[in-house]
Design a protein around this ligand. Sequence first.
Ligand code: KIV
Ligand code: ZN
Length: 501
Amino acid sequence: MEKIIIFDTTLRDGEQAPGASLTHQQKLEVAFQLEKLGVDIIEAGFPIASPGDFKAVTEISKAIKKSAVCGLARCLKLDIESASDAVKRAKHPRVHLFLATSKIHLQYKFKKAEDEILAIAQGAVKLTRRLCDDIEFSPEDATRSERGFLFKVIETAINEGAQTINIPDTVGYSYPQEIYSLIEDIKNNVPNINKAVIAIHCHDDLGLASANSISAVLAGARQIHCTINGIGERAGNASLEEVVMAIKTRKDIFGGFYMGINTKEIFRTSRLVSNLTNFVVPPNKAIVGRNAFAHESGIHQDAILKNRTTYEIMDPKDVGLAKSQLILGKHSGRHAFRDRLKSLGFHLNEEELNKAFKRFKEVADKKKDIFDDDLRIIVEDEIRVTKPLWRLYSFKVTSGTRIKPEAEVVLIKKAKNICGASSGDGPVDACFKAIDKITGYKAKLDDFRLEAVTSGKDALGQVSLKLKINNSVISGRGASTDIIEAAIKAYLDAVNKLEVK
Ligand code: KIV
Ligand code: ZN
């Protein structure tokens, strides 16, 4: 059996998705979950990009014990030194170098000739070799590069010591057969290719990222770059859950391969990343969408009851979804609560459990049934690593027809209550303006979404929003049975993230 190495780039390419930025504590939280999921390599960030990214890569390197930790670098001395420095405390440090090789990039981005690019690649791998033992090299925009030149760059990178050669379909332009023949050509035309592992990195501009990644494996690639929920630049990257479950499910084709992924952690990882980035998972998303294992048609339901495999190619339990729904409500006790959380994959210590249980009771008082998605939000809200600077103490709104909405908000900062009042175009706008008066920020609302976490009139409402403050776009999320409170919490979540930054 041959291993398919799973290289997760949620914290690097995924975080490059517009509006997906995470604080270093949130990145650490995701990294711990990725390790639990069993990914082989965590690409933790682009250390030269910002002090925050450097800090995140450094902390993840210190904390993660099983997965390798990787930092991205352009083929520039400062980038290489910064990436090597950030990962040096990792148990398995890796530096990922990239340099574009396509004519378009050479002409417009670099204004450099092929031999200059070749020399830069050679020098960069050589320098990295002195600082880090494990080097991955990516000829960016490989799929649109002239083949002869691409082969030469790859051969040079391997000669200088790169052990993994990644083939990026940077702009998501290829289709599966093309990827297959490109990998085949690399194997047939790069003389030293046997000394390296071939990796694949596909973007989803045409919705083909996962299909292209799988095709690369069939042609000989043994490492896949992917992200949780497929988040990433523009249309995103190949989704981890899709490529992993495709390989696991189609044993007839991929029977000769194995992966180190504990697929039962997939659903939980998906929801954690979705909640922290505020990128809602579409209900019809393969594997992790709310409807991925839901059956609506009577014919399907009848057949499923007779035999699940009539309309299901995967067992929901294999991706961490509990099959039966145990409905929790205000009469439920701590035991049932703890049991349910355990079956959802949360292992809380006594203090965390107490906090989550208290919040559960508050919500259960206002909401009849508490579903799994409610529980996930409750737990993640209560055990989030970040200690917020601003917290909501109370609010009061007056709103209706023929009157100007007004709000009075009281926030707590360092044990002190601070009050602000304002009118606005609506009750939510009035609350946001009152908060701005307290915090002193001038925030512009860029995006505002409200959705019910679960079904029913008493559903927990979740607000996801994006604020533009001093040229930064910061996202925030908040949940409550009261949608104005949810909006205030989301607003404060974003403001608190800015404070951390
Ligand atoms: O898409 C891309 O080409 C990249 C590289 C940095 C590998 O993300
Ligand atoms: Zn990419």
